[in-house]
Design a protein around this ligand. Structure first.
Ligand code: AHR
Length: 503
């Protein structure tokens, strides 16, 4: 039996938690849009063709913001193709994914879907094949009330009120050789700066994110962030991070250290942003947008990555998630919450079918993948401020990480409701953990609202059409409360949520 302890005091706070940390991502890729959120003729589809079963699961998942329309797709996308009467929209080839895009679904349909799902839209402008001119026209279409060419075009398309989209990404993964019109850091930084400037001239209320590296392993990583921010520091609010985790060696102890790597990645990018700030003698702090993150390594063969014969919405990147992947997703959420002072936005990539939390059969049912559960639980109870606890735990070592704590945890306190939530991952695959939690300032007589665990004996267990709930959360009866102390018994390889009310 392992033993661990958490001591937290409501006086010691890391940061308020930004609810945009529970975002997701919808790209025109594979069956994410077509056959995912949109499938006219599906038995659950509404008049606009939005799948009702996917909408219901999305609401249950609880994302707060959703990034659109890409991804790699973005760098060849002309937004004008996706607005106006559907029968007049052009069919185009998508070079990024080797598929045919009908443009049946575009900006206005996506906004309608977001409003129906009660999720904030996050849009991105194409800085691959296009630039500042298209960005300003697109923004005028979306956010200007009326009386100008593009705003009146939107009104003519049936959208009298502006969409009022606040959060915009300036391109996508512009450092990647796979990107249509890849740029050097200097080229991209200049374009991002000038595009952001033009966009702000039109709408001063925007929040703008520049592209960071497409992964920490990129050869240009760190130098890219430094040069990009050197160019566009004054015009942007965020720099993006993309992180995809993998268990290629099939070694769970190493796989768990993806979470240490994510923590390093976040701290490093924040440090680079602050270095640029210091060089500019600025007190401004650039925030981090982890606007693509997830597990992704199984569906990466050429057949998974490119459509054949320019197919329409073929099944691409259809990762089937295991229980161990869900532990990584739950652990990544803990790491992000512990960095809530800098990570203010994050998007689980993606929502449905394409490395998705939700999986559908075209014409058939939809179900929750294993990774759905930690996200849904965290989004539901993730409110308030993140505390700075003192944690004691045993750990293990890998070649790259001399100490990997078995317990990975975060503690939230909601001053408005008086509630507290502890998220705890037991990374031992063999031993239970006796966890003692001492919470000061939440209340002298805590009450247990719920103790929930995500556990399965088989790390490779999956959810499927035949067994959609094989991996799903259960109540943990081995949690008790006495005064301001909590005692919990955590199963090996389990991700846990302990929800408390102050008394
Ligand atoms: O999310 C899948 C792809 O991963 C995105 O299109 C791209 O931005 C990233 O490389």
């Amino acid at each position: 039996m392992l033993s661990a302890s958490i001591y937290a005091d409501t006086n010691f706070v890391i940061s308020p938690l930004d609810r945009r940390l529970f975002g997701t991502f919808v790209e025109h890729l594979g069956r994410c849009v077509y056959g995912g959120i949109y499938e006219p003729g599906h038995p659950t589809a509404d008049a606009q063709g939005f799948r009702g079963d996917v909408m219901a699961l999305t609401r249950e998942l609880g994302p707060t913001i959703v990034r659109y329309p890409g991804g790699n797709f973005l760098s060849g996308y002309n937004w004008e193709d996706g607005v106006g009467p559907k029968d007049q929209r052009p069919t185009k080839l998508d070079l990024a994914w080797g598929t045919t895009e009908t443009n049946e679904f575009g900006t206005n349909e996506f906004i309608d879907w977001c409003r129906a799902a009660d999720i904030e839209p996050m849009f991105a402008v194409n800085l691959g094949t296009r630039g500042a001119d298209e960005a300003r026209c697109f923004l005028e279409y979306c956010n200007h009330p009326g009386g100008s060419h593009y705003s009146d075009l939107r009104r003519a398309h049936g959208y009298e009120a502006p969409h009022d989209i606040k959060f915009w990404c300036l391109g996508n993964e512009m450092d990647g050789p796979w990107q249509i019109c890849q740029k050097t850091a200097n080229e991209y930084g200049r374009i991002a700066q000038e595009t952001a400037k033009a966009m702000r001239m039109l709408d001063r209320s925007l929040t703008l994110a520049a592209c960071g590296s497409s992964q920490r392993e990129m050869p240009t990583y760190a130098a890219w962030e430094h040069e990009v921010l050197n160019q566009c520091f004054n015009q942007v609010d965020f720099i993006s991070l993309h992180a995809y985790f993998k268990n290629e060696a099939d070694d769970i102890e190493t796989y768990f250290t993806s979470l240490e790597d994510l923590n390093f990645f976040i701290k490093e990018v924040a440090a680079i942003a602050d270095t640029v700030a210091s060089q500019k003698r600025s007190t401004k702090r650039i925030m981090l947008s982890l606007d693509e993150w997830n597990v992704w390594y199984k569906a990466r063969t050429p057949a998974d990555l490119k459509g054949v014969d320019w197919a329409k919405a073929p099944p691409l990147l259809e990762e089937i998630y295991t229980f161990e992947d869900a532990l990584i997703v739950g652990g990544a959420l803990i790491v992000m919450m512990n960095n809530a002072d800098r990570v203010k936005t994050a998007c689980l990539a993606q929502l449905v079918n394409v490395i998705g939390a939700i999986f559908t059969e075209t014409g058939g049912p939809a179900w929750r993948q294993t990774i759905f559960h930690p996200f849904a639980l965290a989004s539901r109870v993730g409110h308030g401020v993140v505390l700075q606890p003192r944690v004691q735990t045993e750990g293990y070592a890998t070649a790259a990480h001399p100490f990997v704590p078995y317990l990975l945890s975060t503690v939230l306190h909601n001053p408005e409701t008086g509630e507290a939530v502890v998220f705890a991952l037991n990374r031992s695959t063999k031993e239970e953990m006796d966890l003692q939690i001492d919470l000061r300032g939440v209340g002298e007589r805590l009450e247990l609202r719920a103790a929930t665990e995500l556990h399965h004996a088989d790390l490779k267990a999956i959810n499927s059409k035949a067994a959609p709930d094989e991996v799903s959360p259960k109540a943990n009866a081995q949690v008790s409360v006495e005064g301001s102390r909590v005692q919990a018994r955590l199963k090996p390889q389990s991700w846990n949520v302990i929800h408390l009310a102050g008394g």
